[in-house]
Design a protein around this ligand. Structure first.
Ligand SMILES: [Mg+2]
Length: 366
């Protein structure tokens, strides 16, 4: 089998309202933008992948064809060795590897998790917010998620004073598992720069979180490359420290492991590793007693890929993005149907490959 071509579609999906994610400080996001790729083969099988994008789009199908045309998609390792050089002159390549697995799975008639030795057991999910909101609004939101069956929620903080929201949610829901994400690993600085913390400041926040109690992890309290800072914080903090969702590639995840820098490693297969490297890094993490819980916040194709990784490695949580207007319906836009959590759990799609299909009407602007 040979790859014969790459087709790119820019997808833009209006959100019902403006969304103010903690990772784009000061910027109200009005739409969900993605670049969707189809990798075609001479066997008539097409694999799909997607990357987050800018409004207006970012075209790179033509240079990608140079790397992919004529290759056998089953040679994932060989193609990854080529793709990992794409970002020397262009965008991050990792999401493209998802399309190879989609092809390989469709060719075998099996879901990706099965090819990787995983099972379709339900994975417990946590509802993941994106905005910092006032306590009363957050309590209402959490009540809705608890009513749906979620037993864990991830809250965002941008400033130390936002801990008041975490405290209020804890008081209202004494038994709820809470993750807390400070989004100081990276932000998109189109409008404002995020507040950064020293290790000592992050440690003070961690101390308050330990007092609040029931904190599953404290995520991205420091810049993503400050491995030594993470290691010092992890040593000092009484809550687990998490990071790695948007580092530049697998090597940087091994830096986290080499520095004993985190308790929870969170690379996103669509952003940092692809599927194969994710499974490899997860194995290395496990050998060091480090948990592996992928970030999933891109779109339904990235979510599906991360879900296959989770199913393959037995991850203990699945991030389920849900913070209106960023609803499962909104982030599932590139595919038919939408992902849903049931009783606070998610199961990987059972169809061959990634198990999701593109919404042709959306691609054709209908
Ligand atoms: Mg995060």
């Amino acid at each position: 089998m040979q790859i014969t071509g790459v087709t790119q579609h820019h997808v833009s999906h209006e959100l019902a309202d403006s969304f103010r994610p903690n990772w784009i400080p000061g910027y109200p996001q009005g739409s969900h933008e993605a670049e969707v790729f189809e990798i075609e083969t001479d066997a008539g099988i097409t694999g799909i992948s997607a990357s987050p994008s800018f409004a207006g789009g970012l075209d790179y199908a033509t240079p990608l064809s140079l790397f992919l045309q004529g290759e056998d998609p089953h040679d994932v390792e060989g193609i990854v060795r080529k793709l990992e050089t794409v970002d020397l002159i262009g965008p991050r390549p990792w999401h493209l590897e998802l399309a190879l697995w989609d092809i390989v799975g469709k060719d075998a008639g099996k879901p990706v998790y099965e090819l990787l030795g995983g099972s379709d057991d339900p994975i417990r999910a946590y509802a993941s917010t994106g905005e910092v909101q006032p306590a009363d609004e957050r309590i209402e939101y959490v009540q809705d998620r608890v009513d749906e069956g979620f037993e864990a929620v991830k809250l965002r903080i941008a400033e130390r004073s936002d801990l008041d929201v975490v405290r209020a949610v804890r008081e209202a829901f004494p038994d709820l598992t809470l993750m807390v994400d400070a989004n100081k690993g990276w932000t998109v600085r189109v409008m404002e720069e995020e507040t950064q913390w020293s290790v000592a400041e992050a440690e003070a926040v961690a101390r308050e979180l330990a007092d609040i109690g029931g904190i599953e992890w404290f995520e991205e309290p420091l810049p993503r490359h400050d491995y030594a800072g993470y290691a010092r914080l992890r040593d000092a903090a009484a809550v687990p420290i998490a990071g790695g969702e948007f580092n530049a590639g697998p090597q940087e995840l091994y830096e986290f492991l080499d520095h004993d820098a985190v308790d929870v490693l969170q690379p996103d297969a669509a952003l940092v590793t692809g599927i194969k490297r994710a499974v490899e890094v997860a194995g290395a993490a496990r050998n060091q007693g480090v948990r592996f819980v992928p970030h999933t916040w891109t779109n339904a194709i990235g979510f599906a890929a991360n879900l296959h990784v989770m199913a393959a490695i037995g991850a203990d949580w699945c991030e389920f993005p849900h913070d209106p207007p960023w609803t499962p319906e909104a982030w599932s836009a590139p595919i038919h149907g939408e992902f849903a959590a049931e009783d606070g759990t998610v199961t990987p799609p059972k169809g061959p490959g990634l198990g999701v299909e593109l919404d042709r009407d959306l691609l054709e602007g209908k």
